[in-house]
Design a protein. Sequence first.
Lengths: 392, 264
Amino acid sequence: MAKRVSLSGNEAVAQAMRQINPDVVAAFPITPSTEIPQYFSQFVANGQVTTEFVPVESEHSAMSACIGAAAAGGRVMTATSANGLALMWEMLYIAASSRLPITLAAVNRALSGPINIHNDHSDTMGARDSGWIQLYGENAQEAYDNFIMAVKIGEHPDVQLPVMDCFDGFITSHAVENLEMLEDEEVKAFVGENRVAPYALIGQEPVSMGPLDLPPYYFEHKRQQAEAMKNAKRVILEVAAEFEKLTGRKYGLFEEYRMEDAEAAIVILNSSAGTAKAVVDSLRAEGKKVGLIKIRVFRPFPAEELAEALSKVKAVAVMDKADSFSAAGGPVFTEVRSAMYGRADGKIVVSYIYGLGGRDVTTNQIEKVYNDLFSAIETGKYEVYNYVGVRE
Amino acid sequence: MRIELLNKYFKMDQLPHIWCPGCGNGIALGAAVEAIDNSTMDKDKICIVSGIGCSSRASGYLNFDSLHTTHGRAIAFATGIKLANPELNVIVITGDGDCTAIGGNHLIHGCRRNIDINVLVFNNNIYGMTGGQYSPTTPRNARTSTSRQGTVERQFDICKLSENAGATYVARGTVFHYKHLIGLIEGAFKNKGFSIVEILTPCPIQFGRRNKTPEPADMMRLLKNSTSFSDDGKTKIGVFRDEKEPEFVSEYIKLLSNEGDISV
Ligand code: SF4
């Protein structure tokens, strides 16, 4: 039976780690993710898990140790943020291309510089093409649930990819919320035995991992990696269905909030979705047809499904808590707009960059975005590339 | 620290600092500033470089040209600064985690090259800023947030490490022995080569509270009682090495002028 508990996002994820009882956790402290390995080390010290806990000397080493442990057939986890994730960069690609299902709690924080410890999505957005599955969560409950599902998704034989469980630094990681925690036995049964890849370094057959892969085969291996990412979309939904049976909580590729007859919609990630839902409710009360899409799965990108969900609106604002500096819109925006091309044409699609470096995201800002969309629908005049909540 | 130095060398609008009550970092920084004031260095040709951690906030408080960099990389940035502009007196302010864990590789190669930079390591034996995880200088058996039953790993001796890696000025002091510390830092500034001063400094909040010395005064007493100027088995403080050896940037310039290129 699930129980109601009050936990911070970090503590909830650390608890999920404890319940999963992985073989190896290798981590290096960085705000705001530090608490996860810190809580976890307490579980190790108390003998509540049998995990080998390795407090390494850098994030590069953390991911390297995870890769080594996963290559040896272990179920492996870590946590990091911002520059820690950046320092892992080289190894992120190695983990994905070696098809090692590592689970990483990525507690979103602005990537330096200037140095800033507060929340935005510039860290994981930069890692979007590293080959990792990326799940995003609005609150501690979703961070906890996604973390448990991540293990099962990544280890699925048709996937065999590492997974990031992304949630907002401080807002979600440090705020204490009520959530439902599963029983330890339920989590253990749900994630099941580690489905070790047949090519791990522990079988009868000697294998070499990560060797030089020149033109004759490199391309085929990348093609297989791409196929695994395609498979992941199906597997993510299968795992979500199984999770729903256990918990009653429904997860999809994204969440649609009051989208039925919406004319103006916002697409957004993580905790700001909570703020935006409050705005949707108040505008709906005034009779305005507004809706919201909160993307949960950003990698693989649910292109067809998003286009379908947006096919009836008149205008969409994609809100990015990261700037891609492409001078042509935020990263989520460019993908959403490209997904709509040929599938949901003739819509107004605009980009809003918001909340960088932990700038407060207010209901007023979100309301302004909806108002802009209505005025765009009415007048046909609008800017594509916008910022909200910044001094100009 | 003499009070007039506050206005002379600090960005007053950045104060008060963020360090906890009882933290030794302020004393360590005070000693560094006194050593700067006593030195003959052109104050407009000083560049402060820091990494990440409690110690590394120092660069933001000082009124010199400064570069606050990424975790572990201060010495690498400093190497670039010194090579690009050899006239600058480059001072790196770093911590034990920053300098010997994530940045350990840069430390040993800075020492090996004997590049003329001055590294002040505020060694509090722990990662303070991120919540008290053990670092490469945490003593065996000390309790930290990642070693609740005591650290099993052995600790680095920063001075021995640096000496053996080739640093030409190596010293250790403590924030308890304040005057002595100022002298050690002045010695570092005088050496033309890689100089490192390990400064033992208390972190009562993250280290002390977990290791039966929660009071800043207890930690200061510990610094006094556990260190010695002689070889009596206690942690030795003083200068371990002060020698002249070919310095990297000068050698590099020589090489270039031999080739007829004096653009450096
Ligand atoms: S955590 Fe420790 S080192 Fe950091 S400011 Fe506080 S007392 Fe000083």
